[in-house]
Design a protein around this ligand. Structure first.
Ligand SMILES: Nc1nc2c(ncn2[C@@H]2O[C@H](COP(=O)(O)OP(=O)(O)OP(=O)(O)O)[C@@H](O)[C@H]2O)c(=O)[nH]1
Ligand SMILES: [Mg+2]
Length: 236
């Protein structure tokens, strides 16, 4: 299956140097699309230099920090325009380790969406307590308010089939940032697609800084509220 790995990046210079070779050496038929928001630390340039001698790597440069959700959409559009049969999204900071990718690709034969999941048996989160509590609460609220079935609704480690992505009206997605993931999953589950979770051990980043902020958390609560209201009136 021709798979494009979409990597949104903002200030991931230390990580991207280490991650790109691991991804490009995977035994599977993968290409990589870095979506960089003009990172001040030069992540976009590093990826650009690599792409000059690696035809399987492409870089989408955006003018500034435009948010994670629209970065995913830019990556989806790029991958679909280049005939990808599947699109895998992951963080560039090694929280999502490339070693899980083969298992996710294998599961894709049984699912329309595969989630690299922290919250199924065998999964684990190596986060400090407060971050773990935040993630657990966000998941619980999303599951209860939106009736989602997946255990890890906020995971960014996902493998989408091309047909799954093509059936979602990407133009109409209203949330950006981290809540984008909850909105995408809601639209996918609502269409009756099969979602399968593969356990992963999620590690805290080693290099670089987190981009999650209290503003993002408030925006995520707004997204869940808005989606729950739409679901209640049957207009998702
Ligand atoms: N292009 C782009 N990438 C982003 C943006 N915000 C975050 N990212 C990337 O999205 C991925 C996830 O962001 P992180 O900062 O790791 O967020 P997080 O995983 O919630 O936080 P930590 O656990 O602290 O790392 C990383 O690869 C980031 O570089 C953005 O606005 N634009
Ligand atoms: Mg991270």
């Amino acid at each position: 299956m021709r798979t494009t790995i979409v990597l949104p990046t903002y200030n991931e210079a230390e990580n991207i140097r280490r991650l790109l070779p691991e991804l490009l050496n995977l035994p599977d038929d993968v290409s990589v699309c870095v979506v960089d928001d003009n990172s001040p630390d030069g992540t976009g340039q590093i990826a650009e230099e690599w792409s000059a001698h690696e035809p399987r790597l492409s870089v989408v440069h955006r003018t500034g920090k435009l948010g994670l959700g629209t970065a995913y959409i830019a990556g989806f559009r790029h991958a679909l325009a280049h005939n990808a049969e599947a699109v895998l999204t992951m963080d560039a900071d090694f929280s999502h380790h490339p070693r899980y990718i083969p298992a996710m690709l294998e599961k894709a034969t049984q699912a329309d969406l595969v989630i690299g999941s922290r919250y199924v048996p065998g999964g684990h989160v190596a986060y400090p307590f407060h971050r773990r509590a935040l993630s657990r609460t966000a998941n619980l609220v999303a599951r209860l308010a939106l009736g989602l079935h997946a255990q890890d609704c906020t995971a960014g480690f996902r493998l989408y089939h091309d047909y799954t992505l093509r059936s979602i009206p990407l133009d109409r997605i209203f949330s950006n940032g981290y809540s984008f993931l909850v909105e995408m999953l809601t639209l996918i589950e609502q269409r009756g697609y099969r979602v399968v979770e593969v356990p992963i051990i999620f590690n805290d980043r080693q290099y670089g800084k987190s981009k999650i902020s209290s503003r993002e958390i408030i925006k995520a609560m707004y997204t869940v509220g808005r989606l729950a209201a739409r679901r209640a009136i049957g207009r998702l």
